[in-house]
Design a protein around this ligand. Structure first.
Ligand SMILES: [Fe+2]
Length: 171
């Protein structure tokens, strides 16, 4: 809640969580709450939220470095150096959906609480990610969301993310 209050407005994005997977960015509904209130009521307010570039906050910057240094130490030579470290914290109510989108960066997803499933695709698949969409994304960036078709789900790599403590309990 403190971080949501502290971060400049342009680094806090949030909206209603019950979205169709192919929502148009302009049609994304608001949730009518403040950022802080959204965090406080996330369990029941039917929302999706992201706190962006949290490394600009010294405490979260140090936490991000600790996490990524740990990843680097365990991955060894498999990973190239992580040159531009950025931290994003996603908070979502039960049943929230993140629309189909493209991320240009390499990601490590760390689930802190609750569970979710992430659908990912082969980046070379030009049926799911056509050249024209790539061109639009890199040449005239408008929004990360991409046009969605139900048939795409048939080739998704679906990864369940269980939170850290539950994974430890299962090990
Ligand atoms: Fe993403």
């Amino acid at each position: 809640m403190e971080l949501a209050r502290r971060l400049p407005e342009e680094f806090v994005e949030y909206n209603a969580g019950a979205l169709p997977v192919g929502v148009r960015p302009r049609e994304t509904p608001r949730n009518g709450l403040s950022p802080e209130e959204t965090v406080r009521r996330i369990a029941e307010c039917g929302s999706w939220m992201v706190l962006k570039r949290v490394e600009q906050d010294p405490e979260y910057g140090a936490l991000l470095d600790r996490c990524l240094d740990d990843v680097a130490a365990k991955a060894g030579a498999v990973l190239p150096p992580m040159r531009r470290r950025e931290g994003f914290i996603f908070l979502s109510s039960p049943g929230a959906v993140t629309p189909f989108h493209l991320d240009p960066e390499h990601n490590f997803l760390l689930q802190i609480r609750g569970t979710k499933s992430v659908s990912m695709w082969d980046r070379e698949d030009r049926f799911v990610l056509p050249e024209a969409e790539l061109e639009k994304f890199y040449a005239a960036f408008v929004h990360r969301n991409l046009p969605w078709r139900e048939v795409f789900q048939t080739t998704a790599w679906v990864v369940p993310l269980l939170h850290f403590l539950r994974r430890l309990a299962r090990a």
